[in-house]
Design a protein around this ligand. Structure first.
Ligand SMILES: [Zn+2]
Length: 461
């Protein structure tokens, strides 16, 4: 808003700030940014705007920042469909993984191409990871950082030697040193290759190929050993390491130990580890196959305790939208792809399972879905908070509306969800990206190209 100028948008509702809820609040936007946040009780009325939206008792939340999304692992999905699903779920910014099909994003030129594609195809905003080749790719790190990536992603487990390689430990240590010098975080998929490969070989030999064999062949130690190794390497290298999709409480305890020693370490879990456990595997079959796997009910309960205590930094979706033909072999779980779509259901599920029953507060929800992710990935305070000067990424969320999740009604291209038929409380009514409506009352109204690439903000190195 210029001096005496008019706002483009005012949204009235229960405005969720980092430390409190303005029960009779409003947010005003001009030129894509938040210009004013106020309290109706003291302001004496709403400011004038081109558009005024009365959200009543619905929350006005900062747009969710989902830092774990795979738009291009499945060509049927792509950036447009994935970001459409995102805004429909209140996720106004995704951080997209670099493991694209058919090849990853291991150099600045590939990243710049992807940035151009984002600016042409995205419906909501997109920040990007870079990665490194299995070996010999370390000289690309500085160029990737200079081109605007907000993080690097690497893995201790190999899904594909080119697209999703296991980085050998020596290369990983050197990569951590080079990435530390850029000031960016390095996100790591932590699973011990040898433990998993050996367990799968043994299960196959025994004909143990049912859904639960996937869980048994990736025991908790296959995750926690890799977490410990990665933390030890990061400690030596001085890197900010971010553990993705941690699925057992011990992974978070390890992160806390190293953090207490001064290591810059953060960790996320995914909503699926909070909402589902291995008891769902027989029912879900291949649809429940994710890496790391769904865990024991006791692990799920432990994650809720950690989340309620503020000891989990982020909650993400790990949206991996495989088409159903890769998730249909019920005779051999190992022949199915690992991963499930989830970007559109992240916010409603965490609200339904967390805020609605009182396990966490609405402030906690915003912290783990918006503020902390934006901070970790150098997007804060442009993203992740309702504050003057931030991008006007606003989500109108009705906490009272109950609805049933149906894969066919979601906006991802793949048409299925592991949460099929689940009734949840809380639904996104509108999502605005930089002050412009992206999703309203059941329809994605933003077009490809309305979304923008979001570079990492300047940082101290
Ligand atoms: Zn992932």
């Amino acid at each position: 808003m210029t001096d005496g100028g008019r706002l483009d948008l005012v949204v009235q509702g229960r405005v969720v700030l980092p430390d409190r809820v303005l029960e009779d609040g409003f947010v005003g936007a001009a030129a894509g940014r938040i210009a004013v946040i106020g309290d109706l009780r003291s302001a004496g009325g709403l400011p004038r705007a081109e558009r005024t939206l009365q959200a009543g008792r619905a929350y006005v939340l900062p747009g969710v920042v989902d830092t774990h999304v795979h738009t291009r692992s499945e060509p049927a999905e792509g950036i447009t469909r994935c970001t459409a699903a995102a805004v429909a779920g209140g996720v106004t910014t995704i951080v997209d993984m670099p493991y694209d099909m058919p090849s990853a994003v291991p150099d600045a030129e590939t990243l710049r191409r992807k940035i151009r594609d984002v600016n042409a195809e995205a419906v909501g905003d997109v920040a990007l990871y870079g990665t490194i080749r299995k070996t010999g790719g370390l000289d690309e790190i500085e160029g990737i950082a200079a081109a605007g990536a907000c993080a690097f992603k690497v893995s201790t487990y190999e899904s594909d030697p080119v697209r999703f390689p296991q980085i050998p430990d020596g290369e990983l240590l050197e990569a951590f040193r080079r990435i530390a010098a850029t000031g960016l975080p390095v996100a790591v998929h932590c699973e011990n290759q040898d433990i998993v490969d050996r367990a799968i070989a043994r299960a196959r030999a025994a004909g143990d190929t049912g859904p639960l064999a996937h869980c048994r062949t990736r025991p908790a130690v296959s995750e926690t050993e890799a977490v410990a190794r990665v933390l030890e390497l990061a400690r030596d290298a001085g890197a900010h390491v971010h553990i993705v999709h941690a699925s057992v409480p011990r992974s978070f305890e390890l992160v806390e130990r190293y953090r207490a020693e001064g290591v810059r370490a953060t960790a996320e879990t995914c909503v699926q580890y909070l909402v589902l456990d291995e008891d769902a595997m027989e029912r879900l079959g291949p649809l429940g196959k994710i890496n790391p796997p769904l865990r024991a009910p006791a692990d799920r309960a432990g994650l809720w305790d950690l989340l309620a205590a503020g000891r989990i930094d982020h909650v993400t979706s790990d949206h991996a939208p495989w088409t159903l033909d890769r998730k249909s072999d019920r005779t051999d779980i190992f022949r199915n792809g690992s991963g499930a779509p989830g970007v559109e259901t992240l916010l409603p599920l965490l609200h339904d399972a967390g805020v609605h029953p009182g396990r966490i507060s609405i402030l906690d929800l915003v912290r783990v879905l918006a503020e902390h992710p934006a901070r970790t990935f150098h997007l804060f305070p442009r993203k992740g908070i309702l504050a003057p000067g931030a991008d006007a990424d606003l989500v109108v969320f009705d906490p009272g509306e109950a609805w049933t999740i149906r894969g066919a009604e979601l906006h991802s291209a793949v048409g299925w969800t592991p949460y099929e038929g689940m009734r949840v409380r809380g639904r996104v009514r509108q999502a605005f990206v930089r002050g412009r409506a992206a999703y309203e009352d059941g329809a994605v109204v933003a077009r490809p190209g309305d979304g923008r690439f979001v570079p990492a903000l300047p940082r101290r190195t």
